[in-house]
Design a protein around this ligand. Structure first.
Ligand code: NAD
Length: 472
């Protein structure tokens, strides 16, 4: 399978076409390795992950180079690598407390005691997307490994260059290589994971998420789905407009808008609407494309060619229905073979436009005025998605009152897209943005374990409910 370079448009990389048998065999090997991995206990697992972190850091430059070729951007690539290194430490600290020895406790029946244990699932399948290839392939993998599971990871076929670099670091830690494996492949390989693993963590579009959910239900295996978003930001008249403009600009344009948690809709109170639009447009104009030099300019290419078509469609649909481009692009531009989209501020939008309903995944900032906060909340809730959102107001209380009525699992207050940086808070995806327990915060680790209880009779007492007792 030939892979396109997002900066040149040239198909300059290949991945093998792995069979379903290959995946089955790999899962079989990982299943065998998991038993010992579980047995060695949390302190040894932490030690092995720390050993791996040191190897990854030693090869950080090669990893960044491969990832930067996969994605065409450098700043976010470095951020991804840093977040991953920090997250290994964070999860190791959380796991230390999480696995305290289980204590036998009294039950409501005097001669029965209870002992709770946690038993990990054997093989976890992680299927991840192309927008943050390293980060999103590891976000569930690290807690799953610490929980005592084996993990097989299939990143997106759009960005596979980093896989062999990362796998080489895994191979340098033999105890880890028995329980962690990265494999390249497309949706077919993803399907094989669903058919061979014991639990699936899927990050990707809502459309593919539904297919994964369907396939997993046939095997009755648990599945955690982290899907698309159309995150709103609400700016109240009392807000610090300078702060709101800076934050929303970052939230909409980081990674060229290719984030599930990008701000894709902005609602601004009518009395400050013109000021806000002027402010953010001025700032948006200052952001440069990195088309000529990856180290110069804030906005990288649209990584996946098909995504550029979707962005173009949404812009064309909006313009046709009367939307106005205040600054930016009317279409993605083809430069040196790559597709680029300038940070684009759009006004005169209405809520039935694709730009306000469907995931655009580009650095587009459509802005709509509102009069009352009720109206803003209703607009914010007016899509099928419910991933996250943001509210800007003069006081935290005012912002939280509005935020509490937004149907989404994470609300940034007086900032935007904070879940990109802050992984400690626990959250669920609402509506079509996903299903399953929180992937962030301490309780995320519990998703990879089943609860088991030992119900213990310590003395030779005949239980009053047995037949023998009944006949006495
Ligand atoms: P996608 O759904 O096209 O692909 C995601 C992964 O699924 C890829 O690895 C792909 O090969 C695999 N796949 C495709 N068909 C499959 C099948 N039938 N069975 C199993 N696996 C299959 O998504 P994408 O275009 O790679 O990523 C962008 C999407 O991901 C956006 O919608 C974005 O919002 C979402 N996303 C969500 C989060 C989140 O945390 N909620 C984070 C990042 C991205």
């Amino acid at each position: 399978m030939k892979i396109r370079n997002p900066r040149t448009g040239i198909y300059d990389f290949e991945i093998p076409d792995l069979s379903a048998d290959f995946v089955r065999n790999r899962c079989h090997t990982l299943r065998a390795g998991q038993k010992e991995w579980h047995k060695i206990g949390i302190h040894n697992r932490i030690g092995i992950l720390q050993e791996w972190k040191a190897v990854v850091l030693k090869h950080k430059d090669e990893l960044i180079e491969a990832l930067a070729t996969d994605t065409g951007r450098i700043w976010e690539t470095k951020l991804e690598a840093d977040i991953v290194a920090a997250s290994i430490d964070r999860w190791c600290t959380i796991a230390k407390d999480f696995f305290s020895p289980s204590i036998r406790k009294k039950s409501s029946i005097p001669f029965i005691q209870l002992q709770q244990e946690l038993e990990p699932f054997s093989v976890i399948g992680v299927i991840s997307p192309w927008n943050f290839p390293l980060l999103l392939s590891l976000i569930d993998t690290i807690p799953a490994l610490l929980a005592g599971c084996s993990v097989i990871v299939k990143p997106s076929e759009v960005t596979p260059r980093f896989i062999s670099v990362l796998q080489q670091t895994i191979d340098k830690v033999p105890d880890l290589a028995k329980v962690l494996s990265y494999i390249p492949g497309d949706g077919k390989v993803g399907e094989a994971l669903v058919n061979n693993c014991d639990l699936i963590c899927f990050t990707g579009s809502s459309a593919t998420g539904k297919k994964v959910y369907d396939a997993a239900s046939k095997r009755m295996i648990p599945v955690f789905l982290e899907l698309g978003g159309k995150d709103p930001a609400i700016v109240l008249a009392s807000a610090d407009l300078e702060l709101a403009a800076n934050s929303i600009l970052w939230g909409s344009t980081a990674n060229a808008g290719q984030s599930c948690l990008s701000i894709e809709r902005v609602y601004v109170q009518d009395t400050v609407f013109d000021n806000f639009v002027a402010l953010i447009s001025l700032k948006a104009k200052e952001l440069l494309l990195n088309a000529d030099n990856i180290n110069h300019g804030e906005v990288g290419p649209i990584i996946f060619e098909k995504q550029a078509t979707i962005i173009n469609e949404h812009l064309a649909d909006a313009i046709e229905q009367g939307a106005e481009i205040v600054t930016g692009s009317t279409q993605c531009e083809k430069i040196n073979g790559g597709f680029y989209c300038r940070p684009t501020v759009v006004t005169k939008v209405t809520h039935h436009m694709k730009l306000m309903q469907e995931e655009t995944f580009g650095p587009i900032i459509p802005i709509m005025p509102f009069h009352t906060t009720e109206e803003a909340i209703s607009l914010a809730n007016g899509t099928v998605y419910g991933l996250s959102g943001a509210v800007f107001a003069g006081t935290v209380e005012e912002a939280m009152k509005v935020g509490s009525q937004i149907e989404a699992g994470a609300i940034s207050i007086n900032d935007a897209a904070l879940t990109a940086i802050m992984h400690e808070g626990e959250k669920n995806a609402f509506k079509l943005s996903g299903i399953g327990g929180t992937r962030m915060g301490p309780s995320a680790i519990k998703r990879f374990m089943r609860q088991k209880v030992f119900i213990i009779k310590e003395q030779p007492i005949v239980s009053p409910w047995t037949v023998a007792r009944y006949r006495e």
